[in-house]
Ligand binder design. Structure first.
Ligand code: FES
Length: 211
């Protein structure tokens, strides 16, 4: 936590982010400040228009008093960290099995056609990358754009999203099949009734462990 603005000419936390970073560090015991590394890198990436530059790696290493390689290990392991510039709207397309089986291949082709290669920033400031499971497989296929998830997508939905972003319009996050959060699409599929829950729980030795 000893880096000052003068010591790093290329990157330093804004006043607001410096105070947020200090809050993150204070969550950990003394001597374990390095445990805040993911939050600190995330703040730095946000401040730097969505990507982690080599200067940020240096800065964060000094900030947390960690060897540079430890910061590199984290920054290169998680796909949430971008190691090259991204567009103002950065698409992370899930290519893992449930999304692949639900049509992510077609979404990927469209991203190629509309934006270009992965990690390329288009003239209209869009970029995309294929990532592993985004943890929302029940609403596959999923694309994350900046901080929000876009779910149950088909090619037309994605084309409309791209067109709207290009026109500077607001886009709707969440399910594109009007699903309520991750509830079943078939409205006839319902949750257990209170009677059914009680019947199941009667046979349990410890609630929540076995049906
Ligand atoms: S496989 Fe795509 S969100 Fe899990």
């Amino acid at each position: 936590m000893s880096v000052t603005k003068k010591e790093n000419k290329d990157f330093s936390f804004s006043k607001e982010n410096l105070s947020l970073a200090e809050c993150e560090i204070n969550k950990y015991p003394k001597g374990r400040e390095g445990s805040a590394i993911i939050s600190i890198l995330w703040l730095a990436q946000k401040q730097n228009k969505g990507w982690i530059s080599p200067e940020i790696i240096d800065y964060v290493a000094q900030f947390l008093d960690l060897p540079k390689i430890r910061v590199m290990e984290i920054a290169t392991f998680y796909s949430m960290f971008n190691l090259s510039p991204v567009g103002a709207h950065h698409f992370q397309m899930c290519g893992t099995t449930p999304c692949m089986l639900s049509g992510s291949g077609e979404l990927k082709n469209l991203l190629h056609e509309e934006i270009g290669d992965q990690n390329y920033v288009s003239k209209d400031n869009l970029s995309w990358v294929e990532v592993e499971c985004l943890g929302a497989c029940c609403n596959a296929p999923i694309i994350q754009i900046n901080d929000d998830y876009y779910e149950d997508l088909n090619v037309n939905d994605l084309k409309n999203i791209i067109d709207d972003l290009r026109k500077g319009k607001e886009i709707k996050s969440g399910s594109y099949k009007d699903r309520l959060t991750s509830a079943p699409l078939d409205k006839n599929i319902r949750m257990f009734t209170q009677d059914e829950i009680e019947k199941i729980s009667k046979g349990r030795k410890k609630p929540g462990l076995e049906a």
